[in-house]
Design a protein around this ligand. Structure first.
Ligand code: FAD
Length: 400
């Protein structure tokens, strides 16, 4: 947004200010590959300053509180910033402290996350010497960012242990609060089949209540128990605490946002993008990217006092690593669930939707270059932010 706005706004009239607590930008999709040694730390991090326009002011500080009724942001460094328009893009963070016992004695010893750089690197280290046992991946509750990442983790784990000739020593189980492998029925069916083919077990409708560190067990609210030797946890995902302190969020600190215009429900000059919203679209980088095109148009309209006519349709797409050098691609929006077909050119692809292919894997691995060099630089891409049905078809027998 900063790069886009820098090109569009007159620097004599506008001051662009960006605040972030962290000087390093992380390519979070790359965290998936760290535990398996496919990426190293240096592949997924770069200084944020490399990507900011020279005209903008970059303040490295945490946000203490937003006071939207006074158009102010109070920073941890003591500064108070006044704004004409505010874009909130504070994302989501994992909160292991929300589950009793999750970040207890076993945290980063036998229990790991891979949604943070620290967690993913600690798990990579653990895998070096692990001799096998029960690997349980638990999703604490929905929504989580990148809802396919846990499945990708399991597919890559299957592949990793096969290549190390120890797959027979590792029992892999997904323990999920959902009633299937994924939220959307057609994709859930396909992904469930993959899990079965790879010998990955699934425990559904499991709502975690606590972790017994001494007994190596996770226990649900209705007292179901699952034992683990290694627990890979996707803890509760929440918006940041500063949103709660500002009284701007829901019970998970996500900000009520208009699903089409991306204007906050509470304040006309506050807009929200990415994982920080309360929207039902996926919490994914692709979503933040498509939203940026919409938000850019609407913000310029708001500046000109015009109606907000650009409309976000919930568009998301995501490559899914399925292991063994293959992957899938899904493309969907608020109304249309992921469907099979070809993308972006009907009948040709080169990517296949909801079907494993080597090309999809190459797309996933090539994406990192595209991310660092095109996406976060805010370059204009010949890609419609809206989803299209072109190349997709509705399978006849599913849902039966
Ligand atoms: C393992 C994993 C795999 C993923 N795979 C994919 C994928 O394949 N495809 C895909 O599309 N998406 C994927 N994602 C999701 C994607 O990374 C996020 O959806 C995306 O980064 C969201 O962007 P955002 O700008 O909303 O939030 P973020 O990128 O999380 O940025 C939030 C920013 O806010 C800053 N911040 C937070 N709190 C404060 C504070 N108090 N004060 C100041 N600054 C603060 C942070 O430092 C950060 O820079 C994956 C995520 C993970 C964890």
């Amino acid at each position: 947004m900063l790069n886009k706005l820098n090109k569009a706004l007159n620097p004599k009239e506008w001051d662009l200010v960006i605040v972030d607590q962290d000087e390093t930008h992380y390519y979070q999709p790359g965290f998936l590959f760290l535990p398996f040694g496919i990426y190293q730390k240096e592949d997924v991090e770069k200084p944020k300053i490399n990507f900011f326009p020279k005209n903008a002011r970059f303040i490295v500080s945490g946000i203490e509180q937003i006071v939207p009724d006074e158009n102010k942001v109070l920073l941890e460094n003591g500064e108070a910033l006044e704004y004409t328009f505010l874009i909130i893009a504070t994302g989501t963070e994992i909160r292991p402290d929300e589950i009793e016992g999750l970040n207890g004695d076993l945290w980063h010893k036998k229990i790991f996350d891979f949604y943070t750089i620290e967690g993913a690197l600690a798990l990579a280290n653990f895998f070096q010497t692990w001799e096998g046992g029960k690997l349980v991946l638990n999703i604490a509750e929905m929504p989580i960012k990148c809802p396919v990442a846990p499945l990708e983790f399991l597919f890559l784990a299957d592949d990793y242990f096969k290549k190390r000739n120890m797959r027979d020593k590792v029992d892999i189980t997904l323990v999920t609060p959902l009633d299937a492998a994924f939220t959307k029925p057609i994709a859930a069916h396909e992904l469930g089949n993959f899990m079965q083919e790879k010998g990955i077990n699934i425990v559904t409708d499991f709502s975690i209540g606590r972790v017994e560190n001494e007994e190596n067990k996770i226990i649900s609210w209705d007292e179901q128990e699952v034992e683990f030797d290694l627990l890979v946890s996707v803890p509760t995902n929440m918006g940041i605490e500063a949103i709660a302190r500002s009284n701007m969020g829901d019970e998970l600190n996500f900000i009520p946002t208009n699903k089409h215009t991306l204007q906050s429900d509470g304040w006309e000059n506050v807009f929200v993008i990415g994982d920080a919203t309360n929207l039902s679209s996926s919490k994914a980088g692709s979503v933040a990217h498509f939203q940026a095109d919409i938000l850019f148009d609407n913000l310029l309209s708001a500046i000109d006092g015009k109606p907000l006519e650009a409309s976000f349709d919930g568009h998301a797409n995501c490559f899914i690593e399925s292991g063994d050098g293959k992957g899938l691609l899904i493309d969907f929006n608020y109304e249309t669930e992921p469907l099979p077909g070809k993308f972006p050119i009907p009948g040709v692809g080169p990517f296949s939707l909801l079907k494993e292919s080597r090309m999809n894997h190459l797309g996933k691995m090539g994406f990192r270059w595209f991310y660092w060099n095109m996406l976060i630089k805010g370059k204009n891409l010949p890609m419609d932010p809206h989803m299209t049905m072109t190349g997709k078809y509705v399978p006849e027998t599913e849902h039966a």
